[in-house]
Design a protein around this ligand. Structure first.
Ligand SMILES: CC(C)(COP(=O)(O)OP(=O)(O)OC[C@H]1O[C@@H](n2cnc3c(N)ncnc32)[C@H](O)[C@@H]1OP(=O)(O)O)[C@@H](O)C(=O)NCCC(=O)NCCS
Length: 166
């Protein structure tokens, strides 16, 4: 395994024009359509960093700021914010472009946590993240703080679950 990899080594961008099956009868794109694209691009980023099979462990945060319509070109830009031992936090930004006039809306952002797993579906260590810019360092620190909070939240959920089974 490589010792460390840069943020830029795993950045990904994907675009797709929204079609009728992506939307309701009024032409508004389903949140689930965008969530699926977010899940896909997060998986691409985490796989590029780890070169392992990855699974989505949680979606920490998702805001939709403006509606997206059939015919819009939706573009997602994603990067690693934070890397733990086996987990990786990916930040995704979503843009929607009206192809008729070129107007672009910043539609929303998401934070997705993925975990690299081995052949037995067990978590496996991933390369460290090399932080080059002030932005890299700021995002990493914020991701670290969420990682710490999440660990106690997940532990509390697991403890509550094991209590139910007893
Ligand atoms: C994610 C998964 C592999 C973690 O397994 P686990 O037995 O809980 O493993 P651990 O407790 O050792 O945690 C491993 C890592 O996952 C992280 N993790 C565990 N649960 C998490 C959650 N809900 N959200 C974010 N990260 C989580 C831990 O913080 C830890 O990170 P680190 O290695 O960077 O310290 C396991 O919960 C799983 O397979 N979940 C289902 C994932 C899936 O199938 N997603 C698609 C749904 S259809």
């Amino acid at each position: 395994m490589e010792e460390g990899k840069k943020v830029e080594d795993s950045i990904a961008v994907i675009s797709r024009v929204m079609m009728p099956p992506d939307a309701n009868i009024a032409g508004n794109v389903f949140g689930g359509t965008i969530l699926k694209m977010i899940d896909e691009i997060s998986g691409i980023v985490a796989t590029k960093h780890s070169r392992r099979n990855v699974v989505t462990a949680s979606i920490e945060h998702m805001d939709f700021l403006y509606p997206v319509h059939i015919g819009n070109l939706v573009t997602l830009k994603a990067r690693l914010n934070f890397v733990g031992r086996s987990s990786m936090e990916v930040g995704v930004e979503v843009y929607a472009e009206n192809l008729n006039n070129g107007d672009v809306n910043f539609t929303g952002r998401a934070l997705v946590n993925l975990v690299a797993i081995d052949e037995n579906d067990r978590p496996v260590d991933v390369p460290k993240l090399i932080l080059e810019t002030e932005e890299d360092k700021k995002l990493f620190q914020e991701g670290y703080d969420r990682w710490i909070q999440r660990k106690s939240r997940v532990k509390a959920m697991k403890d509550a679950d094991s209590g139910k089974k007893e």
